[in-house]
Ligand binder design. Structure first.
Ligand code: TRP
Ligand code: SF4
Length: 389
């Protein structure tokens, strides 16, 4: 396959339009084709990627945490799917990042990487329209962190908000390592290797992208071949994510064990909803409740039609409906969202996923190498003899 490529060289700064953000209820998503109807068959019949050299570039990644949940879908993937048509997109599975916390037991990383890749494809990321790759398969992700590590002051790393916080939260793991402290350098490298215009991330990752900009700025100050900027500062593209509670009412998160997975079959979705917490003031069927104080109500706001939502408000506040009925309505909506995702997932064999990842990784390698050549030259590393190249 022909590699999507942009010419190396100075690019107009600040010229890229800001990608549209998605944060509307489900109906709009369906209408807008956000919940895409791409199937493995239609992918293989699609024409070669229409990658235009002028499209602004977008890069984002996700740690391989195992099967992804609705929070991951609504908070990131659904937005990525939308970006792939307008931007030159690189999306990757950050398996090297998993090592920063899971170095003592790495057995889950590879299986999780495959699951996440499947979830990317299930969500509708299309390997003909974007580049999907595995971080550890692209050698440049090992090279740039070493070079950027040379110029990153320790104080910057120690001040990253998640640093102390994660050490405290994951007290069972020894995170007093070089690798864990250097995590933001790894992330800066992931980003800068692709010289992207935009990095779509959630708020929790914003500080890391800010640090990336500072690292880039410092690099550009030290190393200015012919006054040229080698590492353009990417812009954060904040993904506004709807409030998505898990079954216990807290934010949906794998670490709380309160998730609804993208792969959960209908009976599991319905069962999980049955046990979901509701407005605590509604103890008996005859008590009135308030959907604004109920996590099930929050799910309705994201997934239900305006008509259903109106029935929920009316019925809950007047004790006209029971929670069981109310939950079954939200389950219906969830099943409707998940159905096409699960059908798409079932169409990809493991062999096909590996092929997609290999192809994507070779495209990523190619793009990353263009940046590395500029970086090595800018830093005046000893050039190899031409014959050895
Ligand atoms: N740190 C991100 C997370 O934990 C994953 C990630 C790694 C990433 N490298 C990145 C995201 C580069 C955006 C860009 O979710
Ligand atoms: Fe929550 Fe619905 Fe029960 Fe009201 S009726 S408390 S919104 S589950």
């Amino acid at each position: 396959m022909r590699l999507p490529q942009r010419p190396v060289g100075p690019r107009p700064q600040g010229a890229a339009p800001c990608p549209l953000q998605w944060n509307e209820p489900l109906q709009h998503l369906l209408k807008d084709g956000l919940i895409s109807s791409t199937t493995p068959e239609s992918i293989s019949k699609m024409p070669e990627p229409a990658i235009s050299l002028s499209r602004p570039r977008v890069l984002s990644g996700m740690r391989p945490t195992g099967k992804l949940h609705l929070g991951n879908y609504m908070g990131a993937l659904a937005n990525w799917v939308r970006l792939q048509d307008q931007y030159e997109c690189y999306f990757f599975i950050a398996d090297l990042h998993a090592l920063t916390t899971d170095y003592a037991d790495t057995s889950n990383i590879a299986p999780s990487t495959l699951e996440v890749a499947l979830d990317f494809l299930a969500a509708g990321l299309d390997p003909k329209r974007c580049t999907i790759f595995v971080q550890s398969w692209v050698e440049q992700h090992y090279e740039l962190p070493l070079l950027l590590g040379m110029i990153t002051p320790l104080g910057w790393l120690e001040r990253v908000p998640s640093y102390k916080e994660m050490q405290e939260n994951l007290a069972s793991k020894d995170l007093t390592t070089f690798g864990f402290l250097g995590y933001p350098v790894l992330m800066a490298s992931d980003i800068l290797l692709y010289q992207p215009d935009f990095v779509p991330v959630g708020q929790d990752q914003q500080a890391h992208v800010e640090l990336t900009r500072e690292v880039a700025r410092r690099f550009n100050q030290f190393y200015k071949p012919d006054g040229k900027e080698v590492l353009p500062e990417p812009k954060v593209l904040l993904t506004p994510s709807p409030k998505l509670p898990g079954t216990d009412g807290r934010k949906m998160s794998k670490s709380y064990g309160n998730t609804i997975l993208m792969t959960d079959p209908e009976p599991v979705v319905r069962q999980k909803l049955k046990t979901m917490v509701t407005d605590p003031a509604r103890i008996r069927r005859t008590d009135a409740g308030d959907p604004d104080k109920c996590p099930v109500g929050d799910l309705h706001k994201v997934f239900s039609t305006p008509e259903t939502l109106a029935k929920v408000y009316e019925g809950c506040r007047s004790a006209g409906i029971g929670c069981i009925e109310c939950k079954s309505w939200v389950a219906n909506a969830l099943v409707q969202v998940l159905e096409p995702i699960q059908t798409r997932r079932a169409g990809f064999s493991e062999a096909r996923v590996m092929e997609i990842l290999e192809d994507g990784s070779s495209r990523a390698r190619h793009r990353a190498e263009l940046t590395m050549q500029e970086v090595r030259a800018a830093m005046r590393l000893t050039p190899a003899a031409p014959a050895a190249k």
